[in-house]
Design a protein around this ligand. Structure first.
Ligand code: HEM
Length: 239
């Protein structure tokens, strides 16, 4: 398993350092065309589809919850940042962090993942034989009432330090999966989301256009059936 993990890291690193574009790995062994396609497809899905889904869901949910949008905007104003964002600034955005965490709980971009059973075990009275593939479900976990109060409610406060509902049970909050094969881009994705949404909150007001179908479909990642139609207006106070 450790070997597998190392191999993935190496492949991921090679892709990002440009080796893959030339078809060479760092130890100068050629990647096959199939491996190359596999890596590019993984990164397109894992690194792009997921994030665009998460950002679209953020715009949608904030537009649908004006009080939460106002509180997130108020936090940005209170911070009074007039210079380009620094990592210190980002760390001060604690409410925005709770909002983004709740977006990923409420509409997880990835539905679940497979794990191979390496040893026969029992779970909830069911015997699961070695060699089987099991599928863990992110959405079902995030809707579990033994972990989250009123799970169908969009409520960023559930993640504040007093309530910390995600700490109720191990693996109770898994938008990025868990264990050895947890998302490799997790911290990068959280950073991208935070910067993107902080800039939106600081410089734009937005509302959903009327008469659009907001029923969600999940393939390849969750998004409204006909896309999301939003009217963005630049704030006059924004420079
Ligand atoms: C909000 C954005 C994202 C979400 C919700 C997300 C979620 C996930 C999930 C659930 C997995 C499966 C983990 C498991 O089975 O335990 C995964 C794997 C992965 N993700 Fe992400 N991801 C996101 C963004 C990214 C970004 C931006 C990158 C790269 C730049 C990335 C790269 C990967 C890779 C390479 C894997 C495969 C890891 C492995 O198989 O060992 N992800 N992601």
């Amino acid at each position: 398993m450790m070997e597998d993990y190392r191999r993935k890291w190496q492949e991921f690193y090679q892709c990002h350092c440009g080796y893959a574009w030339w078809g060479w790995s760092s130890d100068r062994q050629r990647l096959s065309l199939t491996e190359l396609k596999d890596q590019i497809l993984t990164l397109l899905f894992a690194g792009h589809e997921t994030l665009t889904s998460a950002i679209a869901s953020t715009c949608l949910l904030l537009a649908q919850h004006p009080q939460i949008l106002a509180a997130a905007q108020a936090e940005q104003q209170q911070l009074g940042i007039n210079t380009p964002l620094t990592s210190d600034n980002l760390q001060q955005m604690t409410y925005l962090e709770e909002v983004l965490k709740e977006v990923l709980r409420f509409v997880p971009p990835v539905g679940g993942g497979f794990r191979q059973v390496i040893q026969t075990c029992e779970f909830n009275g069911y015997r699961i034989p070695q060699g089987w593939s099991v599928f863990y479900q992110v959405g079902k976990t995030h809707q579990d009432q033994s972990i989250y109060n009123y799970p169908k409610k969009f409520d960023p406060d559930r993640f504040n330090s007093q309530r910390a509902e995600d700490k109720t049970k191990p693996f109770g909050y898994i938008p990025f999966g868990g264990g050895m094969r947890e998302c490799l881009g997790k911290e990068f994705a959280k950073l991208e989301m935070k910067i993107f949404v902080a800039l939106l909150l600081r410089h734009y007001q937005w509302e959903l256009l009327p008469q659009q179908n907001l029923d969600m479909i999940a393939t390849p990642t969750p998004h409204p059936t006909d896309g999301l139609k939003v009217n963005f207006r630049r704030l006059e106070t924004s420079s």
